[in-house]
Design a binder for this molecule. Sequence first.
Ligand code: SF4
Ligand code: SF4
Length: 454
Amino acid sequence: MSKPKDYSWMTKDKLMTYTFIALLILAVVSAVIWSQVTPIDTVTGKPFMNLGLTVALDCVVAVLIAVGIDAFIYKIASDSPLNTMSAAVFGLIVALSYSLGVPAMATIEESMLPLAAPQSFVYVALITLVGLVLFKKLQGLAGRKYVNPAAAAKLVILLPFLYAVFVPKDHTINIPTLATNLNYSGTSSFGAWMQLCFGNPGPISKGTLPGYTASDVFQTLFLDKFHGWTGGASALAVIVVGIGLFIVARRYIKWRITAAYLGVTVIMSMLMFAAYGGDPALRLMFELFIGSSIFLAFFMATDPASTPLTYTGQIIFGAGLAIITVLLQTFASFYGGSIVALVIMNLTSPVLDKIGRLKPSTETKEPKLPKAKAFAPEKVKTYQCIRCGACMRVCCHKLSPILIKQAFDKQDFNAMSKLNADYCTGCGHCSYVCPSRIDLKGSILRAKAMLRQQ
Ligand code: SF4
Ligand code: SF4
């Protein structure tokens, strides 16, 4: 029997399993919060399905479709690996980034977004189908993903509804602009609109108007919103669960993107306050805790495949995401604009990958390595690179192992030489940490040997 191999304890499957558990917790929290509400169709007077049940069924529909399509493609395409956990995570992200809940100030017309069941099942299913086939599988054939599959698929499928977000006839109260001073005073204030749009519509439908003091609005934004992205129903839950996941998978999750996003959102909010006045906390709370922003910052912006590899690239990515989101929300009144901002920033990743690369050195610096685990050789499963960047962080010569391997695979001698493949001393740290178990060391040593023969 061959000897067990030592690798870091993290594998791609484990990373996906932890992410799935985190998303599942959020799905349960949202379903519990929203189970208090059964929206009423304001045109027919009939009730829609209970929102908590809708959240749960949306998640089941998306996960089953994603896992089913992944298994089907695996069966018919010999070179497509079975990625059950990754597909399940994708399904939950689609369901949790879907908007539900009919706000009290909205009317249901044909042009409205499909915010309730059974339409939500159809659209969640379509987004999952298009996202998995077109943006995960087909895009993956290009060797890397240029856009976040869930975000891109949602934009494609919901594009015909986009104009409804801005059309006054669909709302009894116009969507307010953020390009003005925001305050709580009066029934036409931003605070009052916030409560009509995101507060619990149950009491509102019985004639009890919600309070719109600072603490009422803060509670809605931070603890329990009843409209918008399902996963962002409770900003507090997203933050607690997200930080928990970042701690468990700290070497493999690009948390710097989230940190930069939140930091720059604070700065942008303060700049908008300086420009327009009003209550600074109200603007800040809205920009930070609106469901689309907080869920996207923790669970979509950190998608390794479509984000930069370097620390500097990740910080610029998070900052750009915040700037574009705040600008879209302020000047286009496009609440939920973070999804467009994400796709735009995804497209900059190939450029950002080149910023902040460490300077290769012949000197050896011993890295801090994660815990080891022994794997029987037959249990070592390999996957495509997920672009977590872990190999770049542990190289004792500050090389970029994944980039050297890609250059080696293309037999690009110029790139191998520019990336200083000849500095590699074969320590194997890069292969050890790789959650996809790619033989980086082997490829890089072969690249080094080829360069020497040149
Ligand atoms: S094997 Fe080479 S590329 Fe990999 S960590 Fe060691 S020195 Fe760096
Ligand atoms: S090759 Fe590097 S970036 Fe790719 S999965 Fe492995 S450790 Fe992560």
